[in-house]
Ligand binder design. Sequence first.
Ligand SMILES: [Zn+2]
Length: 113
Amino acid sequence: MHEMSIVQGLIAIVKEEMDKSGAARLRSVSVKIGEMSGILPDALKTCFEIITAGNEMNGAELNIDIAPLMGYCKKCNKEFKVIGYNFSCVECHSSDIDIISGREMNIVEIEVD
Ligand SMILES: [Zn+2]
């Protein structure tokens, strides 16, 4: 399960932030994951619970937001939402496109006490 290593990376960042601000308890973490990042939200939650159990992050909430897959057409300069993995421009149907978002994972917010 590659979600485990993703959560470990996430926790490392959260821990660094907590140390920096001298926070004692983690309340919640909000992340945004791309539709095509290959990350399964349920697996991510499960891994998060396993890793945070028993440490200062115990009981923290993980909020997950899904970022849609967005494409950019190099032919007509249009940005569009890729639906149903149809990788061609909605406007001119060119397949000469770039994926501009939907494959990433970002931390949006960290809430601590
Ligand atoms: Zn186009």
